[in-house]
Design a protein around this ligand. Structure first.
Ligand code: ADP
Ligand code: ZN
Ligand code: ZN
Length: 728
């Protein structure tokens, strides 16, 4: 008997091992086993297939041992992994690394234990002879004759000294039990009653669910109460013993939603994201694998890899969000795609929600591949926020504005804060100044590993590369000519200091990569803001995503230009989504909110579409652009990036690769191009785009890509390639 094993290596195939006799009856597909590789190495790997095919003349090495007694991968997961490897053109080993928590893979997972106490003997009084137990001792002994208690509870009754005294005496025993890392208890609340509009939307989702398993797109404007609809659908599934996967694009969202969902579902829910430690991640995985009491997983993209048993519903919130796509490293998968695939394997239903669906998603919904349900009213009929567009060019020339705040935004912030309301300010650059230069010679600090200029961070008085994280102290004088250094362009750090200039007492919280490095930092910041212990939440994209604060009456978009100028075929869609989403944070609970939108490009049509929240107008225009240039959904795109420290090699290799690709894929190959950031961490980068019209076979094109790369690598073995299918 032989077994094909998935190893955590970027190798093209699985390796085959022989199954020792002792394991023949116990080995199963999905098990974690330890195998030798090469002369001295050993790896843990997963059994993909057990079979009897072997090639003559090959001496198969035996599997060394079974690392865990039960499989850690279900049949559906194996199918999902294989689908991902094929669709995203990566290795099963890459999927393994993304999917299995490290502690489980290394067999380092340990349940958390809790100390408990019990009576060592029923006849404890004999141990005291003539002397009687003290009152304190008696208290504990009496309690223990009712039932065993945890050490923690015992300590609330008597001191540790009393407890250890009784243990020493042999009257009481300590023992340990496994304790969940996720225990939770608090009273549950009733589900909210849906509004009429929500009920109608809910009914149509339900009837689509009953009809077939096509995904349903819920296009509901911000604050229409999509979450409440999800909750009701989840409740139905849970009551019938099914499992639910609830995906959100970012950890910041899990924080708020956890609170909200816990109130309804209590300890039936687990949360899965990157800020969990390795033991916690492994425990979630194991709990789901054991099919225990948990029925709901709220998680970010990697939650699609959990070993569900009885998955009945997948909810994907903020369906449009680019964070669902993993960029680095492989597998470069899109969790929305995977979730739909996963649901189809389990014959589960899928609900995709968004106020700003992706162009491809909306196209699927209107062309019949998915179903479409719309919800066009805010909860309580509060009107969508009123948007004031400020032309910053005019402001600067006419009204002599020197900071990033127009007079009107400044006044509105002061007004809102003085009225006890809250404000969200969005700016998608972190740091203090985005550009630093020498006034005399024009020197600009560049990262020596990447082709980008460095950003000034005032808090740490350093220059930082936002691509590789390299830091240097901020020089006092120009290192080239000794001239004065000046800084321009601003990030969130500077915005914060300007707010303090005009509102010294305002309580400002900053939410960006720099302030959220700690494990609970997101949670702390968002909870603080929710408790209204701050007036202003200032941040990058993180503040734009699905957050729900009832006290917010004003949203300020400090500089929309950084988004509107971004050069990419998806940029318009991305800007529209981000700006409309951040606007949607205003005026959610009590009264109509306001948005102040600052830009130097007020004439762009997209600005009008954002103000009027005209999604359909925006979609119509964008889908035509896509059709005209044959972009997705009218084609499939694969990006091939070539990387090398040697610039000549990368240039030669990319030209050669284009010529090989063009032989098979006539008219579908574009490039090579020099990307906007052409060097990262010492590696020079070139990019090739393969655009496959929907009428053509994608799998044939993928084979052609792999063959062309292999051919190119024969000449340029040191140039590495990265394949990105459906790039975002
Ligand atoms: P969306 O996800 O569509 O942006 P939410 O579900 O976050 O909207 O709803 C916005 C706010 O309105 C939330 O604070 C939510 O609790 C409240 N809300 C929405 N629907 C209801 C309802 N039926 N009953 C009570 N509160 C509701
Ligand atoms: Zn200089
Ligand atoms: Zn760098």
């Amino acid at each position: 008997m032989f077994a094909d094993i998935i190893l955590p290596l970027a190798v093209p195939t699985c390796y085959t091992y022989s199954v020792p006799d002792a394991m023949i009856h116990t080995i199963k597909v999905g098990m974690l086993v330890n195998v030798p590789l090469g002369k001295s190495r050993h790896y843990n790997g997963i059994v993909l297939k057990i079979h009897s095919e072997c090639k003559v003349g090959i001496n198969y090495k035996p599997i060394e041992k079974m690392v865990l007694p039960q499989p850690i991968l279900t049949e559906n997961q194996i199918h999902l992994w294989q689908w991902i490897a094929e669709y995203y053109m990566c290795k099963l080993g890459d999927v393994l690394k993304a999917a299995i928590p490290t502690a489980l893979y290394n067999a380092e997972y340990k349940p958390q234990s809790e100390a408990w106490l019990r009576l060592a003997t029923d006849e404890w009084s004999k141990l005291f002879g003539n002397r009687k137990p003290t009152d304190k001792q008696k208290t504990l002994l009496d309690r223990l004759s009712e039932s065993n208690i945890s050490m923690a509870e015992a300590q609330s009754l008597v001191s540790v000294a009393v407890i250890s005294g009784l243990i020493k005496k042999g009257a009481v025993e300590r023992y340990y039990v496994d304790k969940s890392r996720f225990s939770y208890s608090a009273p549950l609340t009733e589900l909210h009653k849906l509004s009429d509009a929500q009920q109608i939307a809910y009914n149509s989702v339900s009837s689509f669910f009953a009809k077939d398993h096509k995904p349903v797109l819920l296009h509901g404007i911000t604050s229409s109460g999509k979450t409440e609809i999800y909750v009701k659908l989840i409740d139905n599934v849970v009551k019938n013993g099914g499992q639910v996967l609830y995906l959100v694009p970012e950890i910041a969202l899990t924080t708020q939603l956890t609170e909200r969902l816990r109130a309804f579902f209590g300890d039936k829910m687990l949360v899965y994201h990157s800020k969990l430690n390795e033991q916690e991640r492994a425990e979630v995985y194991k709990d789901i694998l054991d099919g225990s009491k948990y029925s709901i997983v709220l998680g970010v993209r990697s939650a699609v890899f959990l070993p569900f048993k009885n998955l009945k519903l997948v909810v994907v919130d903020e369906q449009h969000d680019a964070s669902y796509k993993q960029q680095e490293p492989a597998p470069r998968y899109n969790a929305v795609n995977c979730a739909i695939m996963l649901a189809s394997m389990y014959k589960a239903n899928t609900l995709l929600g968004s106020a700003t669906p992706s162009i491809e998603g909306y196209y699927n919904a209107v062309s019949g591949k998915w179903h479409l349900v719309e919800l066009n009213k805010r909860f309580k009929d509060i009107e969508p926020p009123e948007t004031i567009v400020v032309d910053m060019r005019a402001e600067r020339s006419k009204r002599k504005v020197t900071s990033m705040f127009s007079w009107i935004l400044r006044d509105k912030i002061i007004e809102a804060v003085s009225a006890g309301e809250q404000v969200i300010l969005f700016h998608n650059r972190r740091g203090y100044s985005s550009q630093v230069h020498c006034e005399a010679c024009g020197w600009v600090p560049m990262c020596d590993s990447c082709s980008v200029s460095m950003t000034y961070h005032k808090g740490s008085n350093s220059l930082e590369c936002h691509y590789c994280g390299k830091r240097l102290p901020m020089p006092q004088k120009c290192p080239v000519c000794g001239g004065e250094i000046s800084a321009y362009g601003y990030g969130t750090e500077q915005v914060e200091s300007v707010i303090h200039d005009f509102l010294p007492d305002a309580r400002v919280l900053r939410l960006d990569l720099d302030t959220t490095k700690g494990k609970n930092s997101y949670k702390n910041i968002l909870e603080k803001f929710a408790r209204h212990e701050a007036d202003i939440l200032l941040g990058t994209q993180m503040v734009s995503k699905g957050l729900d604060f009832e006290g917010v009456s004003l949203v300020g978009i400090i500089n929309a230009d950084t988004l509107l100028d971004y050069p990419d075929f998806r940029s318009t869609e991305f800007s529209y989504q981000t700006l409309l989403q951040v606007s949607g944070r205003s005026g959610r609970a009590h009264k109509r909110g306001e948005v102040v939108f600052q830009s130097s490009h007020v004439e762009y049509p997209i600005v009008g579409q954002i103000i009027t929240s005209d999604y359909k107008g925006f979609y119509k225009e964008q889908i035509e652009v896509r059709r005209l240039f044959s972009y997705p959904p009218f084609s499939r795109v694969i990006f091939i990036s070539l990387k090398s420290r040697n610039i000549n090699a990368v240039q030669g290799a990319s030209k050669l690769l284009v010529s090989y690709l063009s032989e098979q894929l006539k008219g579908m190959v574009l490039g090579p191009e020099i990307p906007p950031i052409s060097k990262i961490r010492e590696y020079n980068i070139r990019r090739i785009m393969v655009k496959i019209p929907v009428a053509n076979s994608v799998s044939a094109a993928k084979i052609a890509v792999i063959q062309a790369i292999e051919r190119m690598n024969r000449k340029y073995s040191m140039v590495s390639t990265i394949i990105d299918v459906d790039p975002i």
